[in-house]
Design a protein around this ligand. Structure first.
Ligand SMILES: [Zn+2]
Ligand SMILES: [Zn+2]
Length: 337
């Protein structure tokens, strides 16, 4: 069985602010999709955040910027934030809202990298706490290739949607996951321990098979024994590689044919789709005016994209007594009602 290396969950219940928290197992780091109200996350969870992707800066998707900044302030950390056109102005506006006269006394320096995603290019600026969050250095520019971030274990793909302003749709795609065959480990008389983490990392990074890899026997942090193996041979015996999982997050866009087609493409074969279901189909005219999807559109696009698991959020407060109806409409369109 494939065991994904990450877990993704909505930060808030579906009538509250949107946002997805993705944490990586066995790693002290996480990704945020959207910065709505973040109070449901603990400071420990927030401090794992390394990358933030803001779909757009309507308040329900961006009000948590301050919460995040507050937790990170005075730490030697870097956060990389991504957002659509106009994002620099919004971030700079937030940063300009506070007084920073004493930050040069801080022993540590927080660094914000901010990338603005346009149809054809990505622009990146940096802001250093030590410099009172004024822009540091020159702006960088790169072509927009749909892939906003690429790491050995996963990449983030984005699309631009029409919400009467540009709005990002996002997918996290794992390259593959590495699991350890416990039986094979036993048969080789090898211990379970922290060495397996570096071993999995080496498999994910496709290390040279001839490389000598050390298996370490340890107890309470003390190394008892060490034995080296040719990396390729060891991997062949104990590593089980499974295809990676995919999670897609779609919210705040008009249910136009162009948007829906793009959404299906971005969510194609996702294991988990998190999608807004702001309105019921009977209120589709309101959904159009407000540039949001209906539950029926959400379910339909999930079916067309052949996603495995559908999670709905961003319900309009007018349906506070009708939550079941929203779910039923979406699940019927999805074909799992
Ligand atoms: Zn919204
Ligand atoms: Zn919005």
């Amino acid at each position: 069985m494939a065991r994904p290396s990450f877990s993704a969950r909505l930060i808030n219940p579906p009538f509250h602010d949107p946002g997805l928290y993705i944490s990586f197992l066995y790693q002290r780091r996480a990704i945020l999709f959207d910065l709505g109200d973040l109070h449901a996350l603990s400071p420990t969870e927030l401090l794992k955040v390394r990358y933030v992707f803001v779909t757009h800066t309507h308040m329900d998707h961006f009000v948590g910027f301050d919460t995040l900044l507050r937790v990170f302030l005075g730490r030697e950390k870097e956060i990389h934030l991504f957002g659509p056109a106009g994002f620099f102005d919004r971030v700079e506006g937030k940063l300009a809202g506070y007084t920073w006269n004493l930050v040069d006394e801080y022993p540590y320096g927080l660094r914000l990298r901010v990338t603005e995603v346009h149809e054809e290019r990505c622009r990146t600026r940096q802001y250093l706490c030590k410099e009172r969050f004024h822009q540091a250095g020159n702006e960088e520019e790169a072509p927009f290739t749909r892939i906003l971030l690429k790491e050995p274990a996963f990449h983030i793909e984005a699309g631009l949607f029409d919400h009467r302003i540009p709005c990002l749709g996002l997918s996290l795609i794992e390259e593959f996951s590495v699991n350890i065959d416990k039986e094979a480990l036993k048969a080789l008389d090898l211990p379970v321990g922290p060495w397996l983490t570096s071993f999995k990392k080496a498999v994910a990074e496709k290390k040279d098979p001839g490389h000598a890899f050390s298996v370490i026997w340890e107890e309470e942090g003390k190394i008892l024994r060490e034995k080296t193996f040719p990396f390729g041979e060891l991997a062949g015996k104990i590593a089980r590689i499974s295809p990676g999982e995919k999670v897609t997050y779609l919210t705040d866009f008009l249910g136009s044919p162009e948007n829906l087609e793009k959404a299906v493409e971005l969510a194609r074969d996702a294991d988990y789709l998190f999608v807004e279901a702001a309105f019921l189909d009977r209120d589709r005219e309101t959904a159009r005016t407000k540039c949001h999807l209906t539950a029926k559109e959400a379910g339909t696009l999930a079916r067309k994209a052949r996603v495995k698991q559908l999670t709905l959020f961003h319900f309009s407060p007018r349906y506070s007594q009708l939550e079941e109806e929203i779910r039923k409409e979406a699940m019927e369109a999805f074909g799992k009602g």
